[in-house]
Design a protein. Structure first.
Length: 543
């Protein structure tokens, strides 16, 4: 399917092929990009979206193929070459120096004649902010900024260098709904100014809301493109996987929920001494999904690690409640001791390769990391991990040449599938998930949601940390909102309003969290500490 357009493309990519060892990232791929348009690039994990854009941005060099800018063939061998042609890419992970100001970060690496003048840099930044609707203090240090402000600095960096073709990789992954809305307004203003905007995203609602045209890649090749107004989420998803798909998250009612994890007055500091969790209290029930909402860096990671025995705590209690009502205190026990108590805590961390998997080991060997203590033999049982690996690869459609491929050679999304599949397959009683679908395509994400719901129906207490509020509202039975390490409130997933939850994530106005009034805000069971925490004000530490 091809979208009809009378304009000439500013960028034409033709017959692009790129391989990494045995992995084919792109094969004979093509793409057209137009000025005055927002193009969304969709594709399953490992379909080559980011790789294709990295070649346009000069980070990778194609094995074969051609790139044309304004009709002329060009060679882009480095990001510097890309900037010469007006191309700039904003990555998911920001490349900023925390101790420097916004203006100093923007000026880094620039060669200008005469004496360096930070005031001129700041003045030009203010002009760009005024032109496109950014909100940014050029002299503010990066370490004082929110995630959205850091992203603004990255966008300003490429605009300052004269880019009029901007590529954004998962630009809303860690933004609140309000911050996302501001970003969209800025991108529309840049589009209306004649710039070409490309976004790589997995969020169909954002594709429908923001983009003018959608291009689809499948298994490294170009499938087609269409005008966004002429399609819908299910049709786009069908193009991604090559067959019709149904995008629907079921939310069965909890069956006989019973308290399984009870957290009271939990306080955690990081290695630098900063409070990451401040008197947090709540209860997670069996047969229920408790969603955790919050701007990235507001204590979600520390909360799950504390429950899993991976994070030292300053005060408070974490109790595991057995089916017979007896309790086990988890604080003070290491992860292995917690397992020996019969408590199975499956943990999907944010850092997939840093904590979850060993990059140099293949898929089967990584499965063995979870099960090797179960055997009593001197010889490891390699058949069971191999069978489990084959099942995970088949059920989650992991794109890999074979089971012997080291996981570091897989795309980020496929690494995530291996990790999530391994953790869920361990038959937990409590399933802790941190960003289980981060970087996953829409089809794979819905497969994960279905697996999580099956765990819930099996009586597992699921604690789900997610970035997409739309999904949290559809999947969760209750949602605990964290802001600056405190509990802003716990709301019903069925009744909560997206914008109000977004306001609770940032505590607009301070004091009682905005959006908590007139809602079904619970106090986490019978624990009065939740109500106290919910009424405490504070400014979110989003950095």
């Amino acid at each position: 399917m091809e979208a009809n357009t009378a304009k000439e493309p500013v960028v034409m990519m033709r017959h692009i092929t790129k391989t990494f060892g045995n992995v084919v990232a792109n094969e004979d791929a093509k793409l057209d990009i137009y000025r005055g348009e927002i193009l969304a690039i969709l594709g399953e994990n490992g379909s080559g979206k980011t790789t294709l854009m990295n070649m346009l941005a000069g980070i990778y060099f194609p094995d074969s193929g051609q790139i044309f800018i304004d009709g002329k063939e060009v060679v882009i061998a480095s990001p510097k070459d890309a900037f010469q042609y007006g191309i700039g890419m904003i990555h998911q992970h920001f490349k900023l120096v925390n101790v420097l100001s916004a203006a100093e970060n923007v000026a880094l690496g620039l060669k200008e004649t005469g004496r360096f003048n930070i005031r001129k840099v700041a003045e030009k930044i203010r002009d760009l902010c005024s032109q496109y609707g950014f909100e940014l203090d050029p002299y503010e240090k990066i370490y004082n900024m929110s995630v959205s402000q850091k992203q603004t600095v990255e966008i300003i960096k490429v605009l300052y260098r004269g880019a009029d073709i901007l590529i954004l990789d998962e630009p809303t992954a860690v933004l609140t709904p309000q911050e996302t809305e501001k970003l969209f307004n800025v991108l529309r203003a840049m589009r209306d100014d004649g710039k070409a905007i490309v976004i790589i995203t997995h969020k169909m609602n954002e594709v429908e809301e923001l983009s003018d045209r959608v291009a689809v890649l499948r298994k490294g090749t170009y499938v087609g493109d269409m005008l966004t107004k002429d399609t819908n989420a299910e049709e786009m998803s069908g193009m991604l996987v090559g067959h019709p798909v149904k995008l629907e998250i079921t939310r069965p009612e909890p069956k006989d929920p019973k308290p399984r994890i009870e957290v009271k007055d939990l306080t955690v500091r990081n290695e630098e001494g900063f409070v990451k969790l401040d008197h947090v209290s709540f209860t997670a029930n069996s047969g229920e999904i408790l969603g955790i909402a919050g701007v990235s860096g507001n204590g979600q990671k520390e909360l799950l690690e504390a429950i899993a025995g991976l994070q030292p705590t300053e005060k408070g209690t974490i109790s595991y409640i057995h089916k017979d009502g007896s309790r086990e205190e988890l604080i003070g026990k290491d992860p292995l001791a917690i397992q020996k108590l019969g408590v199975s805590l499956s943990f999907v961390p944010e850092d997939r390769l840093g904590m979850g998997l060993v990059g140099s080991m293949d898929i089967s060997e990584n499965m063995m990391l979870r099960s090797y203590r179960k055997g009593n033999s001197l010889f490891l049982d390699q058949k069971s991990p191999h069978d489990l690996a084959a099942n995970v690869v088949d059920e989650l459609s992991v794109n890999t040449p074979n089971l012997e491929t080291p996981v570091r050679r897989l795309s980020g999304g496929n690494v995530q599938k291996v990790l999530v599949g391994r953790e869920i397959s361990s038959a937990p009683t409590v399933l802790l998930t941190a960003y289980a679908v981060r970087g996953l395509d829409i089809n794979s994400s819905y497969t994960i949601y279905d697996l999580i719901n099956k765990q819930k129906e099996a009586g597992v207490a699921v604690i789900y940390v997610g970035e997409d509020l739309d999904v949290l509202l559809e999947l969760s039975d209750r949602i605990l909102v964290l802001c600056d390490g405190k509990v802003s409130g716990i709301v019903s997933g069925r009744d909560a309003d997206k914008r109000e939850v977004g306001l609770m994530m940032t505590r607009v106005g301070g004091g009682h969290p905005a959006g908590a009034k007139d809602k079904k805000t619970e106090t986490a069971g019978t624990d009065p500490a939740d109500h106290t925490a919910a009424e405490e004000g504070g400014k979110a530490d989003e950095s």
